[in-house]
Design a protein around this ligand. Structure first.
Ligand SMILES: [Zn+2]
Ligand SMILES: [Zn+2]
Length: 225
């Protein structure tokens, strides 16, 4: 990776313009090298840290996930907590706690929940229908369902990958650019139901969202035929 990454303080916000104060010195030489001969736009990506404390919904969601792992594996909650908290520390270098008075943030717990979701999908832990997925993890949840072909409604494996909001129609699936579409993983039953009910009614009933996939994901899933 040739990208440069800096920590910065947001100094000013004006409409679409943000002024940042870098905590470290900018490596001008490096910038010259990477943009040498580059004709296009010089782009940067902005990631804004969320300093808020985690929400009660997040705590509830985290324990609901661990509860399902416990039911399926018999591994006690305390030891599951140890495992996932340890994984979080290995990944971020920070400690995490969901007890009252903890200083863990919304982002911390959302990262923890991604680790737990990874485990759930990897080991095909059956999940109860109607999780109240924390808003911070919704995108990730539906993405994992697609990538592991798990029905996002009932958790059945070997789900179909449906072109969700915009149907493929009669277009040739070999030549079409699938990156323009969004997708959802649906088992046969729920897939059939979607096409019978129509997208609007289906979304109202199940709160499913479609997720975008990049070229590698599309190849991995053999969507292009
Ligand atoms: Zn299903
Ligand atoms: Zn379909």
């Amino acid at each position: 990776m040739n990208n440069l990454s800096y920590l910065a303080k947001i100094a000013k916000v004006e409409d679409n313009k943000i002024t940042l104060e870098l905590k470290d010195e900018l490596n001008i030489e490096r910038l010259r090298t990477i943009f040498e001969g580059h004709q296009g736009e010089r782009q940067a990506e902005l990631f804004i840290k969320d300093p808020r404390g985690f929400t009660i919904e997040q705590r509830r969601f985290t324990f609901a996930l661990m509860q399902d792992i416990y039911k399926h594996t018999g591994q006690p909650l305390d030891s599951l907590k140890d495992i996932f908290y340890w994984q979080f520390r290995a990944l971020t270098g920070k400690d995490i706690s969901l007890s009252n008075g903890s200083t863990s943030t919304v982002d911390d717990v959302s990262t923890l929940d991604e680790l737990i979701l990874d485990f759930i999908f990897e080991w095909h832990i059956p999940f109860k229908t109607g999780y109240e997925i924390s808003p911070q993890n919704v995108q990730y949840y539906f993405y994992k369902c697609v990538m592991t072909r798990t029905c996002c409604i009932c958790g059945k494996p070997n789900a179909d990958i449906d072109h969700f909001n915009k149907a493929l129609g009669r277009r040739n699936r070999k030549t079409v650019d699938h990156a323009e579409y969004d997708f959802a993983a649906l088992c046969r039953t729920h897939h059939t139901q979607k096409h019978q009910m129509g997208i609007t009614n289906f979304k109202n009933k199940y709160k499913v969202i479609g997720v975008k996939l990049n070229k590698d994901d599309i190849k991995k899933l053999h969507i292009g035929g």
